[in-house]
Design a protein around this ligand. Structure first.
Ligand SMILES: *Cc1c(COP(=O)(O)O)cnc(C)c1O
Length: 387
């Protein structure tokens, strides 16, 4: 008898990331399962098949990714989508006309646009509040609130929302709590363990990790919610192709070591920026003065890879720095192995200009990659000093 007691239920994060959904191919022994680039499946007799009929409904490569992502979030059910926005849209199909959604006021711009400009036309009501204040959450829920939508850390100011308290208030109000866990990743934060009902991801970011694929996912442990989502995944059809699923599955195998490297670089950069004469404020939850530091320390296993900072000076100074870095590319998105810098008020958050949710013009957001930290620090120092 083998003394091994190892089983997926007890495996640790790194092992789950590499093995769940990636059993050797039974037909050939290939250690990496094939990309099932097939739209339809032969049936033995009408209605009798091996679990796959048509690839919008289910595809083996997608099933492998869905199982892996569910295990990483410690959830029972995973669903993969063609993008983060497709995952969010399908999640909102859980609601009925007349229902109200309360979301964080610094929600991802695409989420904000989807809620306000698309789904509000179909009888859903949306309102926004600074959910990093639990009293604000409490005050903003309504009798018809059916869903509370949280991101933590938030974008681009890295505010922290206490998930246990948010789950308590949401559930007391009769609402589900959904957490967009794109920034933290399940390596650093597992919202289902803190009381959330649904976890949503843009797998385009850290999970894919190489800026070469767009994808999304939803994970839940609630059987009825999972069934409802699976129905809409098939009915609306916003599904990823097999190759994109395979790319994300390949990406998550290195998620743990990548997040350690991203986080180490973010910490070093935060410390460097705090001491820099051209920098006014640094937003990083790992800093002791950050307003969400204590909650982040409790609910996360690390403070993450993202940070932002406000420059001494104007929006033009910030714009100049963004064009002068050489290792950091000036680009939207985040979470890839290569470092990115962006100017939120004229890029990711431009549509908020003039609104109460507008971000400061002197703010720059960094997504440090996993290059050598000294090259990143030298790059930033050069760009800041010459701007
Ligand atoms: C990028 C992003 C999304 C949208 O995902 P796509 O894959 O671009 O559709 C949603 N939420 C957050 C926090 C994101 O960063």
């Amino acid at each position: 008898m083998s003394p091994r007691t190892s089983s997926p239920a007890r495996w640790r994060f790194e092992t789950l990331a590499i093995h769940v959904g990636s059993d050797p191919d039974p037909a050939t022994g290939a250690v990496i399962p094939p990309i099932y680039q097939a739209a339809t499946y032969a049936q033995e007799s009408p209605g009798h098949h091996k679990g796959y009929e048509y690839s919008r409904t289910a595809n083996p490569t997608r099933s492998a990714l869905e199982a892996c992502l569910a295990s990483l979030e410690r959830g029972d059910h995973g669903l993969a989508f063609a993008s983060g926005m497709a995952a969010i849209t399908t999640t909102l199909y859980l609601l009925e006309p007349g229902d109200h959604v309360l979301a964080g006021s610094d929600a991802y711009g695409g989420t904000f646009r989807l809620f306000q400009q698309v789904l509000a036309r179909y009888g859903l009501a949306f309102s926004f509040a600074d959910l990093s204040e639990i009293e604000a959450l409490q005050a903003a829920v309504r009798p018809e609130t059916k869903l509370v939508w949280v991101e933590t850390p938030t974008n681009p100011l890295l505010r922290i929302v206490g998930l246990e308290a948010a789950a308590e208030v949401s559930h007391a109000a009769g609402a589900l709590l959904a957490v967009d866990n794109t920034f933290a990743t399940p390596y650093l934060q597992r919202p289902l363990e803190l009381g959330a009902d649904l976890v949503v991801h843009s797998t385009t970011k850290y999970l894919g990790g190489h800026s070469d694929v767009v994808g999304g996912a939803v994970i839940t442990s609630d059987e009825a919610i999972a069934e409802n989502l699976r129905f809409h995944q098939n009915a609306a059809g916003m599904v990823p192709g097999p190759f994109d699923c395979w790319l994300v599955l390949r990406g998550v195998k290195t998620l743990a070591i990548r997040m350690q490297a991203h986080q180490r670089n973010a910490e070093l950069i935060a410390d460097f920026l705090i001491g820099h004469p051209r920098v006014a404020t640094v937003h990083y939850p790992g800093l002791a003065h950050h307003p969400g530091h204590d909650i982040a320390e409790r609910q996360m296993q690390g403070f993450g890879g993202m940070l932002s900072f406000e420059m001494e000076g104007t929006g033009d100074d910030a714009r100049r720095v963004a064009t002068r870095t050489k290792v950091f590319s000036l680009a939207e998105s985040l979470g890839g192995v290569e470092s990115l810098i962006e100017h939120p008020s004229s890029m990711t958050h431009a549509t908020l200009a003039g609104s109460p949710m507008a971000v400061p013009e002197n703010l720059l957001r960094l997504s440090p990659g996993i290059e050598h930290p000294d090259d990143l620090l030298e790059d930033l120092d050069r760009a800041l000093s010459s701007a």
